[in-house]
Design a protein around this ligand. Structure first.
Ligand code: TYC
Length: 101
């Protein structure tokens, strides 16, 4: 075993990898009503009305806003669920997911 192998093993034993977290990002559009965005955020991301309205307004003004971070699967499921609910109501509301640095 080389020194490098030994270092790698020690690091593995002493520092188990933390699972990477993924951001859910709300994207602005010109069509989805503000109140509907707020309701979707409350229902899907368990936010209070004030929290949800704040995130909605930031996305509205800046174009996008980080909603929350989760493990990859939870982030993707919540983003997909929220977009599906909006689609059923005829709105183009979109979310993206990306890994945290
Ligand atoms: N811009 C939308 C409007 O003026 C509201 C909105 C806010 C839509 C945030 C999407 O992520 C969004 N009706």
């Amino acid at each position: 075993m080389t020194d490098q192998d030994l270092q790698t093993r020690l690091a593995t034993v002493t520092k188990p990898a933390r699972p990477k977290l993924w951001k859910v990002i709300l994207l602005n559009d010109d069509y989805t009503p503000r109140d509907f965005v707020t309701l979707i955020l409350m229902a899907t991301f368990r936010m209070t009305e004030d929290e949800a309205a704040g995130v909605m307004l930031t996305a509205h003004r800046k174009g996008a806003c980080v909603v929350a971070v989760y493990t990859r699967e939870v982030a993707e499921t919540k983003a997909t669920d929220a977009m599906e609910q909006a689609k059923q109501m005829g709105f183009p509301l979109a979310f993206s997911t990306e890994p945290e640095e």
